[in-house]
Design a protein around this ligand. Structure first.
Ligand code: BTN
Length: 333
């Protein structure tokens, strides 16, 4: 676990203008030696951030970017709930960090610039290059039993789409059950919700959201990603302020969680169907060694997938990975 060093943050602020800065003047502004500046520059390069350097002129970021900042995130929050936001340079996993805190009494969020062991659904790894994307987790305590949280992971998907639409209203974000956010069929967001029971009959949900934000198709990390992916940058050509996006995400989660506490998932079914890219499609669903095939009829009030199987029966599925078999433009009756 490593917090961002204030001098590292300040150095990046100085380099954010995209201009060359020499080591001596950077050091003077930070109150550190040229050698210490060089160490931070080396750290950036080790994280895969491209730094141009010219003798006599100094260093500049090939693509300027700004670091995550807890103050900037909290300043942009509008929901009245008080949430502590922790920012890290690196963690093994933001979900794991919150889980390891133990009993969560107040809602708590964290973000990291990179994760060394990012967790994906069904035991997969989430690729997390430094400084480019959002790796966000939110621990939310419920005064409910685990059995009452059906549909929660779909709520996280809906809240994410709402936040993304605030940033980019013209992009057609779609949801793929249970909670992937896609653009043009490629994965933009992955969500992992982990729920832990507390001793008093209550429980805490850790909602982990990975959004591909400013990652470009040329990023070396691309080689590690085994499925078609998109980023906000690849679909819009614009870079997005990750601190603002984190705040929008947290606000939307708070709004949706308030509604969910009141009504459960039933209140969200219609909203889900508006963004659902599987509705009416012929798909397969895989969950470990089980597999089903059929046409998607939608989701039920528990957030389970409704599948019309080949023998004409309706099957409801609680967990799994979905793949579209063939595109069907007609919606089911
Ligand atoms: C998926 O497999 O699609 C889910 C990916 C979830 C990734 C996010 S990034 C923030 C949070 N921390 C983790 O370790 N994983 C989730």
């Amino acid at each position: 676990m490593q917090k961002l060093h204030p001098n590292f943050t300040r150095l990046l602020e100085l380099l954010a203008d995209g201009e060359y800065h020499d080591g001596t003047s950077l050091g003077a502004q930070l109150g550190i030696t040229r050698a210490a500046v060089w160490k931070f520059i080396q750290k950036l390069m080790q994280y895969g951030i491209e730094v141009d350097s010219i003798k006599g002129k100094g260093y500049r970021l090939a693509t300027p970017f700004s670091l995550l900042d807890a103050k900037k995130i909290t300043q942009n929050l509008t929901h009245p709930r008080q949430v502590q936001v922790a920012v890290f340079e690196k963690l093994d996993s933001t979900n794991r960090y919150l889980r390891d805190l133990g009993d969560i009494v107040c809602p708590q969020a964290c973000v990291a610039e990179t994760m060394l062991a990012g967790r994906g659904r069904l035991g997969r790894h989430w690729v997390a290059p430094f400084g480019q994307n959002l790796y966000f987790s939110y621990a939310f305590p419920f005064q409910k039993d685990i059995s009452e949280l059906a549909g929660l992971s779909l709520i996280a998907g809906l809240a994410t789409v709402a936040a993304l639409k605030q940033c980019m209203p013209d992009i057609p974000f779609a949801l793929k059950w249970p909670n992937d956010v896609l653009v043009g069929g490629s994965k933009l967001v992955g969500i992992l919700v982990e729920v832990q029971a507390e001793s008093n009959g209550a429980c805490t949900a850790i909602i982990g959201i990975g959004v591909n934000v400013n990652m470009s198709m040329q990023t070396p990390a691309s080689a590690e990603i085994s499925q078609a992916w998109a980023s906000l940058f690849s679909v819009s050509g614009q870079s997005t302020d990750r601190n603002l996006l984190a705040a929008l995400l947290l606000d939307q989660l708070n709004v949706s969680l308030d509604r969910f506490v009141e009504t459960g998932f039933s209140d969200f079914v219609a909203e889900w169907e508006c963004a659902d890219c599987l509705l009416g499609q012929e798909i397969t669903v895989k969950n470990h060694d089980k597999q089903w095939q059929g046409q998607v009829l939608g989701v039920n009030t528990l957030g389970q997938l409704r599948l019309l199987t080949e023998n004409g029966e309706e099957k409801t599925i609680s967990a799994g990975d979905t793949t579209i078999l063939k595109k069907n433009s007609e919606k089911p009756l």
